[in-house]
Ligand binder design. Structure first.
Ligand code: TNX
Length: 545
């Protein structure tokens, strides 16, 4: 219609069904402190520069300009100084952000004449960028030019997270996600200030990360078989226990270069990658690929997924184990962990430790104690699922990730070993649990029915584990298991909008959180997600606009 001389706003005047104005800016997660100053908004113009002040400001300024260019069509040059009117300024330096929140805090000041993002760190400034993005019209998410007024309301924001760890887990073992899908999933989550990407790289059904043959290789293991054999396998049962026949999950694996690219891309989006090698259970893919791991007379296992059908919406879990009595087990695990540690710049290595149902307690403890000590010797902080809470965790250098079961064991690990805690309780963070009856697949064991958006929002990570201080809680994590979920479109259909709830649970002070207020703010996010192409589930709790 622009060709006929009309603008979109002129059409809107005639449209009596246009929705009422958006609620209170609709920011997600809700900022700690926000004042709307009223008056004339700021407006981006074709000559707006993005001024990066301080060497650490270049990355977030470049990220912002990259976000704004496709929809605006403006040049948005990233410069270190400018006399142009109405600039966007991104400044990073000691003392620039909110006092006491240097790691990730930011200030955002919008006046008629300027937008200013100030932070102590690049990641803090990036958080300010994500907030600014949500203050612009939703069309800013378009990947082609939209002709509209690029206004930002005049606000003063000072903001910082409640928890350092606001994570999402992607199970790439049961069903693989190619690089472009991992990037799309990162894109959809980064806007809500999710800052950890936990990759569940190995399980019974597949091994998704390339490991090189080392020069010293006493057991003569061909590590290439991990991916040449078990990078080609995937789940054969769906979550209802039905054999999917030839309709397998997606197969594939990441080369070292692929993994480096995921780490780089996650980093650009403010995310630290946490790799998981799940042991000593959930190891059928390794046992299947590496004959030497099958000592004590056992034969290499047949193709994965053939043992028993899963029941009750839970996957086929807990049937495999490494051999605690075999020296080859420790040689193999040390080699794998050493290579994963070298590829991973982040401080964490996850060793799994869950559902080792065919491993005796003594054998479990022997192996897990060795694995956690190896991680510590590699200079990393070990993470494991809560089953490992009772083992000899490296003192003040371990993280227990709670999903289900004994909370007292977790508090004992905190008080006894100085462990810290990541919370992904199944009822509040497991996205393969169905959101409501309209999701055809999906478990219902965690909530005794669907686990709706409200269950993911209404809980307090500060009091979830008894008798520990909130300072021992690193944060929260949304977990996307992959038994029946295929490709990024389905991943988003199960994660969204519940991942946004987890993002706010991890960010916003408990006293400022309210479910009705959250769903009201969320009502305007659907339009943004649609423009972005994120396949969210339109949960009935939200009056989507
Ligand atoms: C339990 S949660 C598992 C996973 C499954 C999930 C859903 C956890 C640490 N282990 O292996 O995928 O249930 O079925």
């Amino acid at each position: 219609w622009a060709a006929y001389g009309y603008s979109i706003s002129e059409f809107e005047i005639w449209d009596s069904t246009a929705p009422p104005p958006a609620p209170s800016l609709g920011l997600l997660p809700k900022p700690v402190s926000l004042t709307e100053n009223g008056g004339t908004p700021y407006t981006l113009n074709p000559n707006t520069p993005v001024v990066a002040v301080g060497s650490q400001a270049t990355a977030p300024a470049t990220y912002l300009a990259g976000l704004l260019r496709p929809a605006t069509g403006y040049a948005l040059p990233v410069v270190t100084q400018s006399t142009a009117p109405a600039p966007i300024v991104v400044e990073v330096g000691a003392g620039k952000g909110p006092v006491g929140h240097a790691a990730e805090g930011y200030r955002l000041l919008v006046t008629t004449g300027t937008v200013r993002i100030s932070a102590d760190t690049a990641n803090g400034a990036l958080n300010g960028v994500q907030t600014l993005r949500q203050l612009l019209p939703q069309w800013v998410e378009s990947d082609t030019v939209v002709n509209t007024a690029w206004t930002v309301p005049a606000v003063t924001i000072s903001d910082y997270p409640r928890f350092a760890h606001r994570a999402m887990m992607l199970d790439v073992a049961r069903s693989f996600y190619p690089m472009n899908e991992v990037k799309a999933y990162i894109d959809s989550a980064a806007q809500y200030k999710i800052n950890r990407l936990h990759l569940h790289l190995t399980d019974d059904q597949g091994w998704r990360i390339a490991i090189d043959n080392p020069t010293s290789n006493p057991a003569g293991i061909d590590y290439g078989r991990l991916t040449s054999v078990s990078g080609r396998t995937a789940m054969t049962y769906n979550d209802s226990g039905q054999l999917m026949g030839t309709e397998l999950g997606v197969t594939g694996f990441y080369t070292r270069a692929d993994y480096a690219e995921i780490v780089r891309y996650a980093g650009l989006n403010g995310m630290t990658v946490i790799p998981e090698i799940d042991m000593p259970g959930h190891t059928n893919a390794a046992l299947h690929a590496i004959p030497q791991l099958n000592t004590a007379g056992a034969q290499p296992k047949p193709a994965p997924g053939q043992q028993t059908a899963p029941a009750n919406g839970t996957g086929n879990v807990g049937y495999s184990t490494l051999d605690s009595a075999s020296a080859t087990t420790y040689e193999f695990v040390t080699q794998v962990l050493t290579q994963i540690a070298a590829m991973t710049p982040g401080p964490y290595l996850h060793i799994g430790g869950d559902e080792a149902h065919v491993t005796s307690h003594a054998n479990y403890t022997a192996m897990v104690d060795a694995f956690t000590a190896t991680v510590a010797s590699l200079g990393k902080t070990v993470v494991g699922w809560n089953e490992y809470a009772g083992t000899a965790l490296p003192r003040d250098n371990a993280v227990v990730q709670f999903w289900n079961g004994d909370r007292t064991a977790v508090s004992n690990a905190v008080t006894g070993r100085g462990a810290r805690v990541v919370l992904s309780p199944a009822a509040h963070t497991y996205v393969p649990q169905k959101q409501d009856a309209r999701q055809p697949l999906g478990g219902s064991w965690a909530c005794g029915g669907p686990c709706g958006l409200d269950r993911h929002y209404n809980w307090d990570p500060g009091t979830f584990i008894p008798n520990i201080a909130e300072t021992s809680v690193l944060g929260v994590e949304s977990a996307l298991w992959g038994e029946f979920i295929r490709r990024v479109g389905q991943a988003q259909y199960y994660s969204f909008p519940r991942l946004i709830a987890t993002a706010e649970v991890g960010w916003t002070p408990q006293t400022q959180r309210d479910y009705a207020d959250f769903t009201t703010r969320l009502s305007v996010a659907g339009g943004r997600l649609t423009v972005e192409g994120v396949n969210f589930f339109p949960t009935a709790d939200v009056a989507w606009r």
